[in-house]
Ligand binder design. Structure first.
Ligand code: FES
Ligand code: FES
Length: 730
């Protein structure tokens, strides 16, 4: 490697280092110097997470090769903008305006905004937006408004029109923080670049081996042989791991819970054995001293395969003459029927208005900024310890224990600070991969996927095909619905049962439909695996039924909002799958919406021209809260000798704010003790230290973890309460 001595003035001080100017990027060098506040997301110049200021200009450091950076250049990273006890106004504004959710984009945005304000102290909101767009600063969580708000506020402070004190959050006089914009506890570390995400933790793990994966680049094949001999001789390689090295049964064990599901949920191997079921299956893992060495050796792993027909669309996989993809169950492996009320054919025949259509919804990637990253090691007490981006720490333990060959009670799972999930980290797959590698090598290991690998390996939203007909009476009241929906589950059955149930729960929601006949199918293909994604299965159904509602409104000449208003569930109505609503707020929501909607319709008419016609769309959505009727969550509260309270839970934080959620619930529930927020300590997302609170999914956390907190707080208060109503100390 042709390395060279170089120097840069980083954050005001000269730093000397050695690098390969041809190969190393500015981001590589900065991060190697320990300045891991600069994050690498896409690694391709697209997301802006790695932004730094180079000689006064914002650059995306991941694509700035060191050969193009002159010695002595001035570089400002997030660590040079401000520190926890001396924040820059931008950093404080980011905290106060809720600009930090997952926080992975935060350093890049703040650095970029600093360069903007250096050049233009009084930007307009439009100029702020254009700046971020020009510099490709992408945020997946916030929707950008809080970020623009933060820049505008920080600019005021810098111009002397407002003080830091004015900008800062102020506790209300009664000290109550529930329902306020009290800053999230993890925000400070995120705005200063001090927060270590998975790749940062991996880079700082003493003695850790770096992993690279060997991916299948075909979608369906018999795997005939794997040759690791050349890879094993590559520099720095410690071990090349195949399925033969897996100590357990090499399966993700995710049992089918659906009464009408066929298959045992054991078809997914951790490492390929004799079959490849999708592009992105992992054939081998290389463990080496450095990531570069591991990746170089991974290219030398050879395998032979015999190509099989690839079913990349479920219409092909469902055809009567299609090959069965998995040995033990048919391609259509779940069929959930639904029948409600009278014979729909008769009702539809008698109804004055009928619309019908066929719809497709596409596969969707979650497009988080941070590619998947996991670490694993056996800790000093003998626990197989796995760090990941998981949104369900308990699930990893149950689904991989047999596969990796460690009893569940000897597995500890920890959630790293994560650059968002939006559902994809429900899957326990990459945690299983690193666990296998840690056990096979006997050493700590770390894996960070490239963005391309991340796209191939991680789950996506399931595409769907649907056919449906909807009928209504003269006044627009729905009389019947018939539908069929098929979900493309990808190569494995993982979590498909739940989605199939969602298919018969949310088609036609949130409308009262007296008569219905439906069928929801889960189908295997050779495409990407599918997983949770916001509202898990319901958007696919709603796309179909909401499209039919619009078609019906047009057909009968009724306003689309009023057609919906007429039909939405009201108190006492019963859903398609028999749930009786004691309360349902959609009519009230539409009442509230109506004036805005009407105004928008009028404006669209006014502003339409023959060349450009404007329109207004409306759709209703619905989803359940919690995983099922028997959902549960555990938390623990402990009174400490100094009068503070520690809250232990595994309310996974995906950027949505499990930290602030935990804090405000605890503060509120323990109000009689009169604690300040800083007297509540949080110990979260480590199953070695905290009980299982369940998945951060199904819109359940605020409700489930919140109620568990109230329950725990009441128990603690009761234990502390004296007969005179005052409280015992520790
Ligand atoms: Fe550099 Fe995305 S632009 S990490
Ligand atoms: Fe911007 Fe998560 S807060 S990507």
């Amino acid at each position: 490697m042709p390395v060279k001595k170089r120097y840069l003035k980083i954050n005001g001080v000269e730093r000397l280092f050695i690098c390969d100017p041809e190969k190393d990027s500015l981001a590589d060098v900065i991060r190697r110097l320990g300045l891991t506040g600069t994050k690498v997301g896409c690694g391709l110049g697209q997301c802006g997470a790695c932004s730094v200021i180079l000689n006064g200009e914002v650059v995306r450091s991941c694509v700035k090769k060191m050969k193009n950076v002159e010695d002595g250049s001035e570089v400002t990273t997030i660590e040079g903008i401000g520190t926890p006890d001396n924040l820059h106004p931008l950093q404080l504004a980011w905290i106060v305006y809720g600009g930090v959710q997952c926080g992975f984009c935060t350093p890049g945005f703040i650095v970029s905004a600093k360069a903007l304000l250096d050049k233009n102290p009084s930007p307009t909101r439009e100029e702020v937006r254009s700046w971020f767009q020009k510099h490709r600063n992408a945020c997946r969580c916030t929707g950008y408004k809080p970020l623009v708000d933060a820049v505008m506020a920080a600019a005021k402070v810098l111009r002397g029109e407002m003080t830091m004190e004015d900008l800062n959050f102020k506790l209300p006089p009664d000290g109550r923080i529930y329902g306020t914009a009290y800053p999230k506890p993890t925000a400070l570390a995120k705005v200063t670049g001090a927060c270590d995400y998975g790749d940062d933790i991996g880079a700082k793990m003493d003695g850790a081996l770096h992993l690279a994966v060997v991916l299948a680049r075909v979608s369906h094949a018999k795997l005939l042989s794997i040759d690791t001999s050349e890879a094993e001789k590559m520099p720095g390689v410690e071990k090349v791991i195949t399925y033969k090295d897996v100590k357990g049964n090499n399966r993700i064990n995710w049992p089918m819970q659906h009464a009408r599901g066929i298959g045992d949920g054991m078809e997914r191997p951790i490492l390929c054995e004799d079959m490849i079921y999708r592009y992105g299956d992992i054939i081998a893992i290389v463990a080496a001293r450095t990531r570069e060495e591991a990746r170089a050796a991974a290219k030398k792993v050879k395998f032979e395969y015999e190509q099989l027909p690839e079913y990349l669309d479920i219409l092909d996989a469902m055809a009567p003459d299609a090959h069965q993809i998995h040995k033990n169950f048919p391609n259509i492996f779940i069929e959930s029927p639904l029948l409600k009320g009278e014979d729909t054919r008769e009702v539809i025949n008698k109804s004055p208005h009928v619309v019908e259509g066929s719809f497709y919804t596409q596969r969707q990637p979650h497009l988080v900024l941070e590619p998947d990253t996991d670490q694993a090691y056996v800790d000093d007490e003998g626990y197989l310890t796995i760090h990941s981006k998981s949104l369900f720490l308990g699930l990893i333990i149950w689904t991989i224990a047999d596969g990796v060959g460690v009893p569940p009670d000897k597995i500890r799972t920890i959630q790293n600070p994560i650059g968002a999930s939006f559902g994809y980290t429900l899957s326990p797959y990459t945690p299983a991969v690193v666990a296998v590698a840690a056990l096979a090598t006997g050493k700590p290991v770390t894996l960070t996927l490239s963005y391309e690998e991340h796209q191939h390996i991680t789950g996506k939203r399931a595409p769907s095909y649907s056919n449906a007909r909807l009928a209504c009476d003269e006044k627009g009241k729905i009389t019947a619905l018939e539908f069929e929906i098929a979900f493309d589950e990808g190569a494995y059955t993982e979590a498909a049962d739940f989605r199939s149930m969602v298919g018969i729960r949310f088609m036609g929601a949130p409308y009262t439909i007296p008569n219905a006949m439906g069928l929801s199918k889960a189908v295997i293909s050779n495409h990407a695996v599918t997983t949770a994604y916001r509202a898990y299965g319901s958007p696919q159904c709603l796309f179909c039924s909401e499209s039919l509602m619009d078609m019906m409104a047009e057909k009968i000449g009724m306003d689309p909002l009023e057609l919906r208003y007429l039909n939405v569930y009201r108190e006492g109505d019963v859903s398609l799958n028999g749930h009786k609503f004691s309360v349902y707020p959609m009519a009230a929501i539409l009442d509230k919406l109506r004036p805005y909607y009407k105004e928008a319709v009028e404006r669209a008419k006014r502003e339409s021209t023959p060349e450009k016609r404007r329109g207004v769309g409306i759709a209703c959505g619905m989803y359940n809260v919690t995983t099922s009727a028997n959902d549960h969550a555990e938390v623990a509260l402990e009174l400490n000798p100094d009068g503070t309270v520690t809250h232990y839970n595994t309310w996974e934080d995906l950027g949505q704010g499990a930290d602030i959620g935990t804090l405000v619930h605890t503060h509120e529930a323990l109000k009689p003790l009169g604690l300040r927020p800083d007297q509540i300590k949080l110990v979260m997302n480590d199953t070695g230290l905290a009980p299982l609170t369940g998945p951060a999914a199904g819109s359940r956390s605020h409700y489930m973890a919140g109620n568990a907190t109230i329950d725990a707080a009441n128990k603690l208060l009761n234990a502390m309460r004296k007969e005179d109503g005052t409280f015992r100390t520790y």
